[in-house]
Design a protein around this ligand. Structure first.
Ligand code: ATP
Length: 302
């Protein structure tokens, strides 16, 4: 829902938040999806990552519309510093999990904890600053490529921007353009391809370097070779920094090496384990894997 009629005081507080967090791109673009009833508690405290970033969903139920539940009594622990994958049929609520964690919406019942703090008890700014997302559709500003990466961290140096672009496998392409990093991406990024946009978004996230990294179908527009090379780079960064990362993926080959794979179905966890455990179990994951290595759209979710 596009909020053209959001109250001015809400916009005021949002702009304060934006200034404070030096123009956080995800916040800016996801404003469109923000439910204005999300409020910070008066005594909210800054999020403390005392356990390294463990995320826990406890009996969470949620639906965008009351008559259509999406998550049903979901219980889920995402261990700190690990690579987690969330897979499952289309429309089962994978992206919804991310939106709830960001508090774009509040849970209907149940609670979400990060390192034992209910996310409703922490400041929105500290919560959203700690999470970085490569969303399904990457928002770009009508600005230069360099600036679009730099929104991840406005204080980054040129060499940090280039290093992030290299790790996101986009530096060589940018360098081949006549204006290089000064190339304008055009209105809404029309001038560059879907795969280039995704890699710019990954560069931006790597530059932001948040404690939690979410990749929502982040490599879906890439060819297999580029996708593998990019995933290798991302994996090595995650390992090196022990970041908690969550990958929502349809192409299972991008996530089969995850420390934990969570299979969602009908709004709750159907199975979880490593790739090997899930294959041995011979359930839904194994069915998805033996199909076309994707989660086919025709598999019923609910
Ligand atoms: P996919 O794999 O196709 O990306 P997903 O598992 O990530 O799907 P979600 O995007 O979480 O699914 O959506 C779950 C369900 O909620 C879908 O049926 C979707 O149509 C519905 N939905 C998502 N956003 C909204 C919204 N803002 N208002 C109403 N319904 C919504």
């Amino acid at each position: 829902v596009f909020q053209l009629s959001v109250p001015l005081n809400f916009l005021g507080s949002v702009y304060r938040e934006l200034r404070q967090s030096l123009l956080d791109m995800e916040t800016l673009f996801n404003l469109q999806r923000v439910n204005v009833s999300i409020a910070e508690r008066p005594n909210a405290k800054a999020l403390q990552l005392s356990k390294g970033g463990e995320i826990r969903f406890e009996n969470v139920s949620f639906g965008y519309l009351p008559e259509r539940p999406i998550l049903r009594n979901l219980n889920l622990t995402i261990p700190a510093g690990k690579k987690i994958a969330i897979v499952g049929p289309s429309g089962c609520g994978k992206s919804t999990l991310l939106r709830l964690l960001f508090r774009f919406y509040d849970v209907e019942s149940g609670r979400i904890f990060i390192d034992d703090q209910d996310i409703k008890d922490v400041t929105l700014e500290s919560l959203r600053k700690s999470i970085g997302v490569v969303p399904q559709d990457t928002p770009l500003f009508n600005d230069t490529v360099g600036h679009n990466i730099k929104y991840g961290n406005l204080e980054a140096s040129e060499s940090q921007v280039t290093a992030a672009a290299k790790r996101a496998r986009i530096h060589d392409i940018i360098s081949s353009w006549p204006a290089g990093y000064d190339t304008k991406v055009g209105e809404r990024g029309m001038m560059i391809s879907g795969g280039e946009k995704q890699r710019l978004a990954v560069s931006r996230l790597l530059l932001k370097d948040p404690p939690f990294l979410f990749f929502d179908e982040a490599t879906s527009a890439l060819d297999t070779h580029t996708e593998q090379a990019l995933m290798q780079n991302i994996n090595s960064i995650l390992k090196e920094k022990s970041r908690t990362s969550v990958f929502v993926a349809h192409r299972l080959r991008t996530i089969y090496d995850a420390d934990l794979i969570i299979v969602l179905r009908e709004g709750s966890v159907a199975e979880m384990g490593t790739h090997k455990e899930l294959i041995d179990r011979d359930g839904l994951y194994s069915e998805l894997w033996s199909g076309k290595l994707t989660t086919p759209r025709h598999v019923a979710c609910a």
